[in-house]
Design a protein around this ligand. Structure first.
Ligand SMILES: NC(=O)c1ccc[n+]([C@@H]2O[C@H](COP(=O)([O-])OP(=O)(O)OC[C@H]3O[C@@H](n4cnc5c(N)ncnc54)[C@H](O)[C@@H]3O)[C@@H](O)[C@H]2O)c1
Length: 257
């Protein structure tokens, strides 16, 4: 069996209904895994699950889950274990942002950004890790952002929340190495997804994104399919000696030492 074969494995992808999460879910199913897409967009998640199942012949399950609620996360994870079996790989991909200069943001916006992008990751890890520890196996890949590594205009709270995800991931990697559980982070740069489209409804956001795009050394925006294989690699046996690491997939926009 190849080191990148996920046959017999169960993968949970949060925010798997669309965008980067959908490409990640598909890449795992193509590698042989059964996949659960956990999302607040239940209809989109079900359509995506059907599409991936038809294309790959794997079992793909859409699970209602709001990562901001620990109770919803625990219920969703229980459903995955019941329907598919123990979770081998957790991908924390659900995320959200709006581009607004810090002094124009409100406490409500801070709360929403922190709840989805940081607290959501805490919730899923809290729900899934005990089972991974009991089985002494598992891999977690958290989707952060290059904003966390170098800062990003109009994304102060988001950058902070995504940086928290990196610090949290490194600490879990240290705490659970003894349990044979690896935790790594992927930081996309600008990637063509519905989220980026929605953000560009705003003129300031459009300017910031346009300026950033013009600096990408590889001369194009990223695609969800650029990010997915890196996530699959990090979760796979081929990456067995890699933990606590952060990899940018951003066309060279950031080059962090
Ligand atoms: N697109 C980019 O340029 C970019 C850049 C850097 C990082 N990222 C990160 O990549 C990840 C995916 O982003 P995307 O661009 O594909 O976004 P997207 O909005 O296209 O997809 C995100 C998915 O997460 C789901 N989601 C949102 N809130 C949720 C919640 N509370 N519970 C469960 N699911 C929820 C959405 O319904 C959606 O299906 C996010 O973590 C984002 O921060 C994206």
């Amino acid at each position: 069996m190849s080191e990148r074969d996920f046959t017999g494995k169960v993968v949970l992808v949060t925010g798997g209904a669309r965008g980067i999460g959908r490409a990640i879910a598909r890449a795992f199913a193509e590698a042989g895994a059964d996949v659960a897409l956990a999302d607040i967009r239940q209809e989109d998640a079900e359509a995506t699950a059907r599409e991936i199942a038809e294309a790959t012949g794997r079992t793909v399950l859409a699970v209602p889950m709001d990562v901001t609620s620990l109770e919803s996360v625990q219920r969703g994870c229980e459903q995955v274990r019941h329907r598919l079996g123990a979770i081998d790989v957790l991908v924390n991909n659900a995320g959200w942002d709006r581009i607004v200069p810090f002094l124009q943001t409100t406490p409500e916006l801070w709360e929403k950004i922190i709840a989805i992008n940081y607290r959501g990751v805490i919730h899923t890890c809290y729900a899934v890790l005990p089972h991974m520890v009991a089985r002494r196996q598992g891999s977690i890949v958290n989707i952060s952002s290059d904003a966390a590594r170098v800062g990003s205009l109009g994304e102060a709270i988001y950058a902070g929340a995504k940086a928290a995800v990196i610090a949290f991931s490194k600490t879990l990697a240290r705490e659970h190495a003894r349990d044979q559980i690896r935790v790594n982070v992927v930081c996309p740069g600008l990637t063509e997804t519905p989220l980026i489209e929605e953000m560009q409804q705003d003129e300031f956001a459009r300017k910031v994104i346009g300026a950033m795009a013009s600096y990408i050394p590889l001369k194009r925006l990223g695609r969800p399919e650029d990010v997915a294989p890196v996530v699959v690699f990090l979760a796979s046996e081929a990456a067995r000696y890699i933990t606590g690491q952060v990899i940018s997939v951003s066309g060279g926009l950031t080059m962090v030492g």
